[in-house]
Design a protein around this ligand. Structure first.
Ligand code: HSE
Length: 297
């Protein structure tokens, strides 16, 4: 039996909710094909041309499948064919898609024996291989869909939130920002006054999402802790943000650890104008970019 899955890209952090908020979007997505094998091998093949390792212990999907095999003491194996369309290193949850996709695919082949929380648990081993940290803010929306709050990644307490009918424009400029580097540069201590502002924003954002209060969502998409440091790694970040707000975006910021930038808007027409603006800002400075306009998935 073969199964085919589409695994969505995700935007982690949602600006103020570092490591706890994330949302799945329609575009781009990875395609994954799974087959259960009667022997305990794990075979990973990539149809894309990103040159990712295919050895199971070095592959994000591979380590997740190995964990599942070990946990169940399984005598069967898996063959996975991955066609990655979410570019690695984009900040759009490429590694999370492989990790979450592996957990979802294996679960389906095994007769849906795991809860979503258990799938998050297994998928976090993939994220750990990719970035050195077991964060769940990309994996959780990949597995649950829509927008999720990771109330705790130790206890795997995931709260699925409402999915407001909004559009997401994302631009991926072709500059390299490694998640591990983008985490290293952050300060280990923050000021109480900044913490107060930040948790006001997070609470406001969650309330706005739950109540479909788009004005409140816009006012809450501010980050006084991470964005001021990380945005330095992304060329023209401030221009893109300011121009987007002028064009009518509710707000936005860095997608995950970057370099992608995302903006949220209410109308397709605005989302499209933002996409065109993003493309032309990077054209001006000769940086190739990919732009996506999606809905929340
Ligand atoms: N929350 C993580 C970070 C997401 O911002 O480092 C990385 O994909």
């Amino acid at each position: 039996r073969k199964i085919k899955l589409k695994i969505p890209a995700t935007v982690a952090n949602l600006v103020c909710g570092f490591d706890i908020l994330g949302m799945a979007i329609h575009e781009p997505y990875d395609e994954m094909e799974f087959k259960l094998l009667e022997t305990p091998e794990i075979i990973i093949r990539h149809k894309d041309s990103f040159g990712l390792p295919e050895k199971p212990t070095e592959n994000v999907a591979g380590v997740v499948l190995l964990k599942i095999q070990e946990y169940l003491n399984l005598k069967k194996g898996f063959e996975v064919i991955i066609n990655k369309k979410i570019k690695p290193g984009s900040g759009l949850g490429s590694s999370a898609a492989s990790a979450a996709g592996a957990a979802i695919g294996a679960n389906e082949l095994l007769g849906n024996i795991f809860t979503k929380e258990e799938l998050v648990y297994f998928a976090m081993f993939g994220e750990e291989l990719a970035s050195g940290v077991k964060h769940a803010d990309n994996i959780a929306p990949c597995i649950f869909g829509g927008i999720t709050l990771v109330k705790s990644s130790n206890l795997i307490d995931i709260i699925p939130l409402n999915s407001p009918d909004l559009l997401v424009t994302a631009v991926h400029p072709q500059v390299e920002v490694k998640t591990s580097d983008a985490r290293q540069i952050l300060k280990k201590n923050i000021l109480l006054k900044d913490a107060i502002e930040q948790w006001g924003n997070i609470a406001g954002l969650v309330a706005g999402i739950q109540n479909n209060d788009f004005g409140l969502i816009g006012r809450s998409l501010n980050d006084v802790i991470v964005e001021p440091i990380r945005s330095i790694l992304i060329p023209r970040f401030n221009d893109i943000k300011e121009n987007s707000l002028e064009l009518g975006a509710l707000g936005g910021g860095i997608s995950g650890s970057g370099p992608s930038i995302f903006m949220i808007s209410e109308k397709e027409e605005i989302a499209q104008k933002i996409a065109d603006m993003m493309k032309s800002v990077y054209n001006e400075i000769d940086i190739e970019s990919f732009v996506y306009v999606s809905k929340i998935n």
